[in-house]
Design a binder for this molecule. Structure first.
Ligand code: NAD
Length: 378
């Protein structure tokens, strides 16, 4: 959910009217009554009332683009938006090839929250962080539930049980939360990342950092994100990881590069290094996966190793996913609404990278689908 009773109250305090589709918050644990008490006006999601609300809105707070796969119900609403209305959400700018064309056609403004800059001013609005945090936590719980042994070290009358060994690939927000959660459950944790800055964060959580390959052609980072690793580097990295995988009970993979396919860090052959009963949770499965054979929202058995393709784990903790997402949106709106007016300043460093279009004028031509050679020639 893109609004909770708490954020409705915040937005009302800024002088906004908030309209909310009836029962939209139910699956996240928020009842219509709570929204109404906070000052929202509720409307039926279909029919003339809905069309009227969509057509009058200045801002639409969404989780995904209305009408996109998984959010089809609101397709008509999106079509009804008036020119210059602002759409705020996770709009999948790298994957939705019709998005820019649609924004231009309807002369809409749109902010893709995936593209918010990672600057300190934007921290309270950082939806990628709030959702990745949930994914990292839940990945460890899924692994613990699927694993054939304890996580913590236990002293029992029948002897000592050694702690589980967990390897985390990628020490971004999800990876670091996975480390913290696995440590809380008592596991021994090792972590691989290509950004040198990750070492200190990993060690401060009580885990061991696996050094990346020392090669001239090293991905490094730009704006806090890893660059895409080349084939030579990835091969060297896989060789470095092999002995650690051979000892692991659980592997949580979170390695990603924005706008690019996820690096393949565990090949089919490397899966054979893991012991039968070991569990891999691949959080990068939506970007092609870090582990060979992982499938989105499916659990597969590869010669006794359980591979869980964890596509959208925040959706499995909808109450907190919504609470944090809605707070992120409210924090952004509080910056965009000044003296009761919606003001979009494309020059603001906060908006510059994520304002896809301003009243229908496209600001991110680089996100248009690449034209084929034939089309260019035509
Ligand atoms: P992400 O989801 O893009 O990627 C996850 C991790 O995968 C990253 O740590 C990345 O370095 C790593 N990775 C990429 N290729 C890899 C490979 N071949 N092998 C191993 N690891 C690989 O990252 P994210 O969670 O969005 O975080 C990216 C960075 O942004 C982090 O440094 C994070 O601390 C930082 N951050 C900053 C702010 C802020 O300042 N406001 C907010 C959130 C995150």
């Amino acid at each position: 959910m893109a609004a909770t009773p708490e954020t409705v109250k915040r937005l009302r305090g800024r002088g906004c009217s908030v309209w909310l589709e009836r029962q939209a918050g139910l699956r996240s644990g928020y009842a219509d009554e709570a929204y109404a008490e906070a000052g929202a006006e509720l409307f039926h999601g279909e029919g003339p009332e809905a069309a009227e609300r969509w057509a009058e809105a200045d801002v639409v707070l969404a989780v995904q683009t209305p009408g996109a796969p998984g959010a089809e119900a609101a397709a008509a609403g999106l079509e009804a938006l008036r020119p210059e209305a602002l759409l705020l959400g996770l709009l999948n700018p790298h994957g939705d090839h019709s998005l820019i064309e649609r924004l231009e056609r309807q002369r809409l403004s749109a902010v893709a929250l995936e593209l918010l800059p990672r600057i300190s001013r934007a921290q309270a609005m950082d939806v990628l962080s709030s959702q990745a945090n949930i994914a990292g936590y839940k990945a460890v719980l899924l692994a613990a539930a699927a694993l054939d042994r304890f996580f913590p070290m236990l002293m029992t009358a029948a002897g000592t049980v050694q702690p589980a060994r967990v390897v985390v690939l990628g020490a971004g927000v999800a990876g670091l939360q996975a480390v913290a959660t696995a440590r809380r459950l008592g596991a021994l944790v090792k972590v691989s990342d290509v950004r040198p800055a990750a070492r200190e964060q990993v060690e401060s959580l009580g885990a061991r950092f696996i050094e990346p390959p020392r090669l001239e052609e090293s991905p490094g980072e730009v704006g806090g994100y890893a660059r895409e690793a080349g084939a030579v580097f990835l091969e060297a990295q896989r060789q470095l990881l092999a002995p650690h995988l051979a000892e692991a009970d659980v592997v949580i993979t979170t390695a990603q590069v924005p706008g690019r396919p996820a690096p393949l860090l565990i090949t089919r052959e490397m899966l054979g290094l893991l012991r039968p009963g070991a569990v891999v949770v691949d959080l990068a499965v939506g970007q092609g996966g870090n582990c060979a054979g992982s499938r989105s929202d499916a659990t597969v058995d590869v010669d006794g190793v359980t591979v869980i393709g964890a596509g959208n784990l925040p959706a499995s903790l909808p109450q907190h996913a919504s609470a944090l997402y809605a707070r992120n949106l409210a924090a952004l709106l509080e910056v965009l609404i000044q003296e009761g007016e919606l003001r979009l300043d494309p020059e603001d460093p906060l908006l510059d990278p994520c304002l896809l279009s301003h009243a229908g004028v496209c600001r991110r031509d680089d996100l248009r689908p690449a034209r084929s050679g034939q089309e260019v020639a035509a």
